[in-house]
Design a protein around this ligand. Sequence first.
Ligand SMILES: *[C@@H]1O[C@H](CO)[C@@H](O)[C@H](O)[C@H]1NC(C)=O
Ligand SMILES: *[C@@H]1O[C@H](CO)[C@@H](O)[C@H](O)[C@H]1NC(C)=O
Ligand SMILES: *[C@@H]1O[C@H](CO)[C@@H](O)[C@H](O)[C@H]1NC(C)=O
Length: 444
Amino acid sequence: MEKRIHTRRSRSLPYRNYLLQFKWTLLVFCFFVSIVLLNKAKLNSFAFSSIEHNDNVEFSFIDVIYPIDVLNPKDLNKSISYYFARKEELKLIDDAKAIDRKEKVVLPLTNNKFPSKSYLILEFTHVFQRPRFCSHSKEQIFGKTCPYKNCDYTCDEKHEEDADVLLMHKRDLDFKQLTEMTRNSEQIWLLWHDEPNENTAAINKYKFNWTITYRTSAEASLAAYGITVVKENPWPMEKLSSWIDKEFKKRYNQAVWFVSNCKPKKRLAKFQSLRQHYPIVAFGKCISSTQSYSLNANVHSSIQCGRESNCEHVYLSTSKFYLAFESQSCTDYITEKFWRTLSVGAIPIVSGPEQKSFARVAPPNSFVHVDDYASDKELSVALNLIATNRTLYGKYHAWRRYYDAYYQAKDVDPYRFCELCYRLNTNKQRIWYENINDWFLEKC
Ligand SMILES: *[C@@H]1O[C@H](CO)[C@@H](O)[C@H](O)[C@H]1NC(C)=O
Ligand SMILES: *[C@@H]1O[C@H](CO)[C@@H](O)[C@H](O)[C@H]1NC(C)=O
Ligand SMILES: *[C@@H]1O[C@H](CO)[C@@H](O)[C@H](O)[C@H]1NC(C)=O
């Protein structure tokens, strides 16, 4: 007995000594484990963990600006301000990079101008040669649900000096006029520009303060070309299932593409190579008539399939996929092609900006990004699986139960201008772009 105890002690003692010897290592280890756990908890509170939905689809909300995760009680904040808050976190990171590259200057605002009781925005230029919001009501411009009600909009040039913001649409801006203006350093020169990849270094010298554009690090970027919002009333599961069943049957064509701008060569090349592996019906000036016939399309098509035509409607409502290839790869340049595809019930196949840009604003699990596949062959295999397997197909539409996608100006503009009003109300920074050209050209 004694011997046994002895043996036990003699065994455990060195073991304890051994542990003691490493107590600092252990302490440090525990410290790091707790840091990692704490960070994970923090990350979850902002970055939205993946959760299992009733319909067995796992949505990820990591680094997402919108939509919100409707099944997460922590995240059930449907106010637009919540979108703004989520964007702010990502903007901070992007701004730090822009400051580093000397594209942007961000300083603390030290005077008392902000916050103020109300803000006046002047439509300083036309927008594509026409007055844009001059005859709109405040509610039409900023939206019914905007939590900020103290922004006013005018087209009356007598406010050129006292307006808080001069809204300048790049395409309509007379730069010579800017050179001649005496600048009030409290007034915000806001550049509105939704086009990608225009190399205009000459505009750097005007040192615009803010931008309203598609880049999520812009001062106003939300809903630039579209937005995902939470449905007032989510569909019951049965409604989603029957919607998916119906569309799965009705959409007997594979992929369709309407292309009007033939200049961007990269996406044309991608189309040419992908169609060697996957049937795509394509229409447009850059598509020869033989190509407009798909390898196995059930419907024979002519090259004429114009915008808003019945032919276009037929293809959009009978194809499983739409090639929402962006013309440029510029950061966050995601256009109405993408949002329209979602809203007509098809799955967008996307290329151009990185996957990360799409994931920030798209409905969860709603698109196929070409960069996710090593080859056209692999991509075509994946597309074929989605198109033929009802369960898999359904996973790309599960978001429709909770969310809607919008792309028309009347639906998205109020979000854009509400964000502008939000920024005016919460701004604590003096900002200007030192090199707005490079900033716009990122990843173009
Ligand atoms: C919703 O989010 C906004 C912005 O973060 C916040 O100000 C507001 O208090 C939140 N509301 C609720 C009910 O949590
Ligand atoms: C269809 O897809 C689902 C989900 O990915 C998978 O579990 C199932 O095995 C697939 N069915 C067939 C017949 O391939
Ligand atoms: C706007 O930009 C100008 C030009 O650099 C700067 O002097 C001014 O302080 C900025 N104003 C605000 C409110 O950010």
